[in-house]
Design a protein around this ligand. Structure first.
Ligand code: PHE
Length: 377
């Protein structure tokens, strides 16, 4: 029988040679199992320790443990080296040529709703309005009651409101939670938050339980509100005439104010713009696009927004003294004015996320609208 130390030295040398020549992860794993696995050579040798005398066992045991640790360390080092080499090979074979030209990508574009909001903000911003916002989830005090639409008012039904479960506390007491049916509740928030004078515009999402060619359960409006001590109907008219002509890019666009009714304005009006339907297609103005047109060269009217002088009751509901302050408000549908300006026939297509539609009706990302840069597409 060989001396105890000698057989272990030989085994160690054999294993070291095998480990050194192992070429890949599989080979090194085979060596590990053959030496250190449950039936491996080193493991089997460990099992023989039990038959030895305590003295013999101490010396042999220490030598075997040292062997086991050395072999395990050698295997681990070799496995790491093999892994590193494999990674290097992969990196070398998968190198990227950063000098190649970029693949042609179709540029993204701006949705007509965003574009129209930007245009409206650019025009009204130049007239001195600042941007305000309010929450989509409102309660019926802000959305109706404070706007002089009492609980039994027919306008509450006409708005086809989406009610959410529950009530919350509001300045008028507990109020039902609703998705705002118009941007007008932001008038209330603005008037309760700051002291007049102010001029704000509020673009945002609005919700009504309604869906067809010209109605969507979610759509967009822009609200406008001007409050100070001397604002009168003449300011309202000039502001909105100016807006309509700038937005549609038609200098003499016919604009008329037709008496109407909203609970939160008094007097109230609907704004119509002149159009032609002569050859079966609707055209804004006289029909010859952006050229100057004579005031009477149109054959029909199109309603585009609602407006009026803020009802003194609404001012009082917001803690503003109606004897001192007054002003005007207006509201219009973004999709509606986008459809009219850009000839988009169906409202539902705005929300279908069809890329072909977006590429057709969308706008270049860097074509920011401004009065100085030109608003026309
Ligand atoms: N909120 C009204 C609507 O949604 C529009 C409007 C706003 C009318 C402000 C007058 C003043 O129909």
């Amino acid at each position: 029988m060989p001396t105890p130390a000698a057989d272990l030295e030989k085994l160690k040398a054999d294993l070291a040679a095998e480990i050194a020549t192992a070429g890949d992860a599989d080979a090194i794993e085979k060596i590990r199992v053959a030496a250190l696995g449950r039936k491996g050579t080193v493991t089997e040798l460990m099992k023989t320790l039990g038959a030895l005398s305590p003295d013999e066992r101490r010396g042999r045991g220490a030598a075997l443990n040292a062997l086991k640790d050395e072999v395990a360390a050698a295997i681990e080092a070799r496995a790491a080296a093999i892994g590193g080499a494999a990674l290097d090979r992969k990196l070398a074979s998968e190198s990227v040529d950063v000098t190649l030209p970029a693949r042609p990508e179709r540029a993204g574009c701006i949705h007509p709703v965003s574009q129209t909001i930007d245009e409206v903000v650019a025009i009204l911003g130049d007239i001195g309005f600042t941007l305000a916002e309010g929450p989509d989830i409102e309660d019926d005090w802000y959305n109706f009651t404070a706007l002089n639409i009492p609980p039994d008012h027919p306008a509450r039904q006409e708005h086809d409101t989406f009610y959410l479960p529950g009530e919350r506390s509001s300045p008028g007491g507990p109020a039902r939670v609703v998705l705002r049916t118009h941007t007008s509740p932001v008038q209330i928030r603005a008037m309760m938050r700051a002291k007049p004078p102010f001029r704000i515009i509020v673009p945002g999402r609005t919700y009504r339980c309604d869906s067809d060619m010209t109605h969507s359960p979610m759509f967009h409006q822009v609200e406008g509100l001007v409050i100070d001590e001397a604002t009168h109907m003449g300011h309202l008219k000039s502001c909105l005439i100016e807006f309509c002509r700038a937005y549609f890019g038609i200098e003499n666009l016919p604009v008329r104010f037709r008496a109407s009714y909203f609970p939160f304005t008094e007097p109230s009006a609907e704004v119509d713009i002149g159009c032609t339907r002569a050859d079966g297609t609707l055209r804004i103005g006289s029909g010859d696009g952006r050229a100057r047109v004579a005031r009477d060269a149109h054959d029909d009217w199109l309603e585009i927004l609602g407006c009026g002088m803020v009802n003194p009751k609404v001012l009082a509901n917001c803690g503003i003294d109606p004897a001192r302050y007054q002003g005007f408000a207006f509201g219009m549908g973004i999709e509606r004015i986008a459809m009219l300006k850009y000839g988009i026939p169906d409202l539902r297509t705005f929300y279908e996320s069809d890329l072909r539609w977006l590429r057709h009706y969308g706008f270049a990302a860097l074509a920011q609208p401004s009065l100085t840069g030109g608003l026309a597409p």
